[in-house]
Ligand binder design. Sequence first.
Ligand code: PLP
Length: 452
Amino acid sequence: TTTPLVTDAEIEAGRQAWLLDRAHVFHSWSAQDQIKPMTVLRAEGSHIWDGEGNRLLDFSSQLVNTNIGHQHPKVVAAIQEQAAKLCTIAPQHVNDARSEAARLIAGITPGDLNHVFFTNGGADAVEHAIRMARLHTGRQKVLSAYRSYHGGTQLAVNVTGDPRRFPNDYSSEGVVHFMPAYPYRSYFGSTTEAEETERALRHLEDMIVLEGPQNIAALILETVPGTAGIYVPPAGYLQGVRELTRKYGIVYIADEVMAGFGRTGRWFAVEHWDVVPDLLTFAKGVNSGYVPLGGVAVSEAIFDTFRERVYPGGLTYSGHPLACAAAVATINAMRDDKMVENAARLGEEVIGPRLREIAARHPSVGEVRGLGCFWSVELVKDRATREPLAAYGGSSPAMNELVAELKAGGLMPFANFNRIHVVPPLNTSDADVLHGLEILDAALDAADRHTN
Ligand code: PLP
């Protein structure tokens, strides 16, 4: 790296920032006195520097959003240029950064998703996609999968299918959850992937019929559920979901906030299964989070609904020039540097094979699954019973120890319940990816000590 060493003055400034944070910052998803947040002094590429000046390999891409790594010079320059030209403009006006971002996004999204409604992030993209579906169909209900995450705002957290929903669950009218396909822990007693696909689809059709298709506006599904565990859908499942939604006139919303923009080794994960949804939500990777941005890619049929009818919704910062300039530069940089292709290669040739070797050596590894730069290592106390190393929605001393070992080894991990996710930036070097996997391999000894 060309980055100079962290100075004592920077470390001292970081200490002051930490004290001010503890005095005045209210952190999300946290009991304020139980957290010890890490200070980040700098970041570059696939590395960050913590408050003590230690250099850590970012195997989390933060919240799985910095797909092009930190401080990409072309994106930083594009933001600076846009800032010098036009920092902000109300969304009813045309601006060149937004026009170009929309053209690029319409060009890479599949099928006839040709129109882009911009939001500030993923949760509001989900809210607007559901509103569009309800107005388009004149129906109210929304089907969503358990073991999913769709955002922290009121409706988005209610369609979410993980424990983060529970404290907010009081206004979930019209939201109905179904069981997703999950071959490793099948809810349907399946023993093969083909059986899982068939049974999960039969369950879904039963749910649609029992809920009344005439009442169901939308089905929202993460193409590869991310935060909840990186569940790669078994062959035929998503095609089946597409067929069922078409059969019953339900709007299919593919939530690609996490899986989109190259994460899985394709621009959008639906491409792996040749599925074209009616609406596709995105955020995170659209500009690697350099400036907040999200949106909904909209099909011609749904766009037609709002040609002569007002769409009742909007945001002050919809299509913000700085965010859109960052998106244009990000998409172009991803193309120039073939980052999507690189993510696919890393998954097939580096991460997948190496993780399978690691899994074979450690009794605490129940399953590894993923594609591209999107992998989950699911940890168990016992491989035979598949008892998780931490409960779904909980933590455990074993997981805490493992995370501490990973950090001590020089890694910034993404850990969730009984899983470690391997989700580095798509342009991480092979050497850094292998180094990170070595750290994981060594740290898993700590988890092994907690197996039966
Ligand atoms: N949908 C998915 C699939 C996500 O992973 C997330 C965030 O992790 C969201 C929606 C919410 O996005 P945001 O946090 O930008 O509101």
